[in-house]
Design a protein around this ligand. Structure first.
Ligand code: ADP
Ligand code: ZN
Length: 748
């Protein structure tokens, strides 16, 4: 019987220490259990990596307690953690931590944490008498359990028995009691009555897709090998959600469970509602749905987690971190809107939930479905390479036509558009028409972020990097243009290189003014703004969306966060105030993001009886992203985009790692960044491209200076090995931090 454990300590850079396992805990600990131990004189949390029969460590100490009886990572999640640590060059301890909800990590956080004490087994009378004599306090504790056998909070127990910690410790080491950390949860969920929704008859396209998926699910039962993932490419409104529901129903029938990932729950309440109404009830298809919301309190999140672990719920729906949901016997993983960037976690471990989902599916033998109206270039390329299977829904389920996209050429609007705060005459006219007809409008207002590209307002020319084709960013401080992928620098031109206009250095339309302008031009219109700043309060999304749905708001102005999953039959006009902000952002995915945004937005307009209209304002009307979106031509877009990626060796033709170096001291940080770039260059095999160290687009943030170094290679394995080698060798001065982002999505 193994009675020692090798434990990986959280937040310790991968330190592994051996502890003995008190006999009371022997039958409870497994590989993957989260435990509390003492490291020197401090409590720490860790994960059991191995159980050992022997340990050669002298003076070995016992582990203190389990974090919670149910908190452990099953073997398959440990395998997933190892893969993530390797792939994302992240510390394994950080990966394991991130797999559990905050409350189950066993760290001190807000909220009451209670140590619960319970008896391991009843004690013989003679033994009790013996203990009472030699250690009266311990005896009192045991006698208390004679009368009240239920687990009890340690504080309460100690005060009732007038005993102290040392008595508890002695009893624990003797294997007579055990201590488990638990959190008392406050708010319970209100039980909501949910009625099963009406199930529509599948149309012909859906039948083909569902047939294929059911076939694959049947195969799962006889075949141990997980099938390759399916990419479901269906235009907005084509009925993808109904396909997911059918595939889930089939999975539940076979006794398995299902996981559904959505980009951001608060923004997709309708999608979540459809899953709940189909499955979250007692009827034939009822399976229990756990919703893992980003706006849940920690206690609520824990409760949902426990329902899954206990098997009370067999469906989990959630955003990014729900990919780790503790489902037993997982049969299917669905990633809705798989192209969304919110699946990428922007802190260590910087994983992409879609890619983790694909790996989890492979490890658990579950079917993986990735769905989107605008699949990511990476996923569609995986179809081309034969790694994913393609399923298509090319038509809208309600038989409606895709709305018309009109492109307004801002070059022709000239100074006038500028004076109208960015609302061109055609857009103003369209808005007036909607207000008069009592219909609703959505306007997209991308924030002009941290950086500015040089854009000629006469001809639309943009200064680009000769190596990467990224738009160059203007750094006003030293009046320099820089590429944020390779570090290429240039002097800003005095005149537009294309049309020789001297006005090129002047910035475009200030988007901040749009709200003011709308209020001035349409004083009677009811306007609401929706972005990360105005929506930070819990429930405020739902509130604004509810009002909009109830038609108490005429114009909804927001960042692209409102482009997702919403379905408003009375919206007949969608306007993009300035498509160039996305189009010319210094990012190799700029074109892809613009295409996705326009396509998603177009899908939002005219979902009801009346036909919708989309107006896109831009200085680059001929841009392929805009033109392909306008013609609803994904294939055309992909073909053009993939050849651009290939020509400039961008992902998915290469793998990329972004190294960020930051610190408060400019001098130290600059020096470290240069040093790090030099080490990478020295160690890198010829197949790896290493950039110079250059200031990040967001040069300073939170009082820290930030520098980037980018690495590119055809082989992810070569990159990962290089990063690991360099990290091991590197000694950073105090106050300088280096972060590693594998497959980066944000280059700021
Ligand atoms: P997507 O997820 O592809 O954007 P949805 O699943 O939201 O599309 O479907 C769009 C609309 O069409 C929804 O209102 C849905 O209820 C409806 N719908 C889906 N499938 C069918 C069907 N087979 N028959 C009738 N209506 C359908
Ligand atoms: Zn470049």
């Amino acid at each position: 019987m193994p009675s020692f454990a090798r434990i990986l300590i959280d937040r310790s850079e991968g330190r592994k220490l051996d502890y003995s396992v008190p006999s009371a805990l022997l039958d409870q600990v497994t590989i993957g259990s989260r435990v509390i131990v003492m490291v020197r004189n401090r409590r720490a949390v860790g994960t059991i990596l191995e159980l050992l029969d022997h340990s050669v460590v002298p003076g070995i100490r016992p582990l203190v307690a389990l974090v919670g009886e149910e908190t452990s990572l099953p073997p398959v999640m440990m395998r997933l953690a190892n893969w993530m640590a390797d792939y994302y060059c992240a510390p394994i301890a950080a990966v394991m931590r991130s797999m559990l909800p905050p409350m189950m990590r066993g760290e001190t956080i807000a909220g009451r944490k209670v140590r619960m004490v319970s008896l391991v087994q009843r004690i013989e009378v003679e033994e009790l008498q013996r203990i009472e004599k030699s250690a009266p306090k311990q005896g009192a504790i045991l006698k208390h359990f004679e009368k009240f056998p239920d687990p009890i909070a340690s504080q309460e127990l100690l005060s009732r028995c007038a005993a102290s910690e040392s008595s508890l410790k002695a009893l624990m080491e003797a294997g007579l009691i055990r201590i488990v950390l638990e959190r008392r949860t406050g708010g319970q969920f209100e039980a909501e009555e949910i009625l099963p929704g009406k199930i529509p008859k599948l149309n012909a396209d859906q039948q083909v897709v569902v047939g294929t998926l059911e076939h694959a699910l049947n195969d799962l039962e006889t075949n141990a090998m997980a099938p390759s993932p399916y990419l479901l490419h269906g235009v907005t409104g084509s009925g993808k959600t109904e396909v997911y529901l059918r595939a889930l129903a089939r999975t539940l029938e076979s006794g398995k469970s299902g996981l559904v990932l959505v980009p951001e729950i608060a923004l997709t309440p309708q999608t979540v509602e459809r899953f709940r109404s189909r499955f979250d009830h007692a009827g034939k298809e009822g399976a229990g749905v756990a919703v893992l919301h980003s706006h849940l309190t920690d206690a609520e999140r824990r409760e949902e987690w426990m329902r899954l672990q206990r098997g009370d719920a067999r469906i989990a729906i959630g955003a990014r971190s729900a990919v780790f949901a503790p489902l037993q016997n997982l049969g299917i993983i669905i990633v809705d809107e798989e192209h969304e960037n919110t699946y990428k976690q922007e802190e260590t471990p910087r994983y992409h939930a879609r890619d983790v989902a694909v790996m989890r599916g492979r490890l658990e033998g579950a079917l993986v479905i990735l769905g989107s109206a605008t699949p990511s270039v990476e996923s569609f390329q995986n179809v081309q390479r034969g790694k994913y299977n393609l399923l298509e829904l090319p038509r809208r389920a309600d038989g409606q036509l895709m709305p018309l996209i009109r492109v307004v050429d801002l070059r022709l609007q000239g100074k006038r558009a500028k004076s109208e705060g960015g609302l061109s005459a055609p857009l103003q006219m369209a808005m007036t028409k909607r207000l008069e007809a009592g219909q609703q409008t959505i306007l997209f207002l991308n924030r002009r972020g941290y950086s500015t590209s040089l854009l000629c307002q006469q001809c639309g020319h943009v200064c680009r990097c000769p190596n990467c084709s990224l738009s160059l960013t203007l750094h006003r401080a030293d009046n320099r243009l820089a590429c944020h992928l390779c570090g290429h620098g240039a002097k800003p031109p005095e005149r537009c290189p294309e049309c020789k206009d001297p006005d090129i250095q002047h910035s475009g339309i200030g988007t901040q003014r749009v709200e003011e302008t709308i209020r001035r031009l349409f004083p009677k219109a009811r306007l609401a703004r929706m972005d990360a700043d105005t929506m930070s309060r819990r429930g405020s999304y739902a509130e604004v969306l509810g009002k909009f749905r109830a038609r108490q708001i005429d114009i909804l102005l927001g960042t692209q966060m409102i482009a997702k999953g919403l379905d408003f039959p009375n919206v007949t006009l969608v306007g993009i105030i300035n498509a160039d902000i996305g189009l010319h952002s210094p990012d190799f995915r700029a074109g892809e993001r613009t295409f996705q945004l326009l396509t998603q937005v177009a899908g939002r307009a005219g979902r009801g009886e009346t036909e919708g209209e989309v107006i896109v304002q831009t200085f680059s009307p001929a841009s392929p992203s805009i033109q392909h979106a306008r013609h609803h031509d994904y294939a055309g877009f992909f073909e053009q985009e993939i050849s651009f990626r290939e020509a400039f060796r961008h992902p998915p033709f290469t793998r990329m790692v972004l190294i960020q170096i930051r610190g408060v001291s400019l001098e130290k940080t600059t020096r470290s960044a240069g040093h790090i770039a030099a080490i990478f260059r020295k160690k890198a095999p010829a197949s790896v491209e290493v950039s110079e160290a250059f200031p990040a687009p967001l040069e300073r943030s939170h009082g820290q200076y930030r520098f980037h170094v980018t690495l590119k290679s055809k082989s992810g394995i070569v990159l990962a090995r290089l990063v690991r080698d360099v990290s091991l060798e590197l000694k950073l001065p105090e106050g300088v931090i280096m972060t590693i982002d594998v497959d980066p999505y944000s280059l700021v």
